[in-house]
Design a protein around this ligand. Sequence first.
Ligand code: ADP
Ligand code: MG
Length: 245
Amino acid sequence: MSEEILKVENLNKYYGDWQVLHDINFDLKKGEVLTLLGPSGSGKSTLLRTLNGLEDYKDGAIYFHGKKIDPNPKTWQALRQKIGMVFQSYDLFPNLTVMENILLAPVKVQHRNEADVKKEAQELLARVEMQDYAKAYPRELSGGQKQRVAIVRALAMNPEIMLFDEITASLDPEMVRGVQEIVENLSQRDHMTMIIVTHQMNFAEKIADQVLFLENGKILENTPGKEFFEKPKTKRAQEFLESMD
Ligand code: ADP
Ligand code: MG
């Protein structure tokens, strides 16, 4: 039995009076890849943002290593060092070089030794074939390169969980595969625990241990990846998969 890192229990979230997430329940085990699928507007980004403390929630609970998270800004600030997130829009600081972008949080927030982090950052950059760009500025990079740097920046915090929200959605088609391979490698080589939102079904099928299928803020299915893609339990998921072909 694998260790449970994250557990979400009866989570409800509202934007004003309107309920966006309904009674969300699931858990995430160490080394597991959970893929969050569902139509646009189903609440995938909201759920990921909630798991990173970027959104509050009205009731329900999130547990990290079995301990209930006290949802205040300070707790989340600390937790965000352990739960890394990469977004669709590579949100690098434009006025900082690639290396400065990567060093910022580990040095300023985690107070780690700059030389140590730099060495780690160089290794991480080499892993994503960006070792020659440490001194480049974000504007000098392609979308795919920026996204590689954004991944390295999140990894430099040594997170226990990585959250990826449609990280290839803004990329030119020829850049998509390279970024997907990095994520696959993180799973296979590092056994990184991850939650991935993607619209790329072949990628999801390849990488998902477990699929959460969301619609209208509700989890309609929580199904092992293989089973989901072979024979989803619900008609809605079946229709969704057919519409994605
Ligand atoms: P997905 O990522 O699955 O496309 P989102 O989580 O972005 O879905 O959005 C879920 C729903 O919440 C959508 O109807 C969206 O319009 C709405 N929504 C998202 N962010 C906000 C916000 N800040 N305020 C109000 N409604 C929002
Ligand atoms: Mg989204």
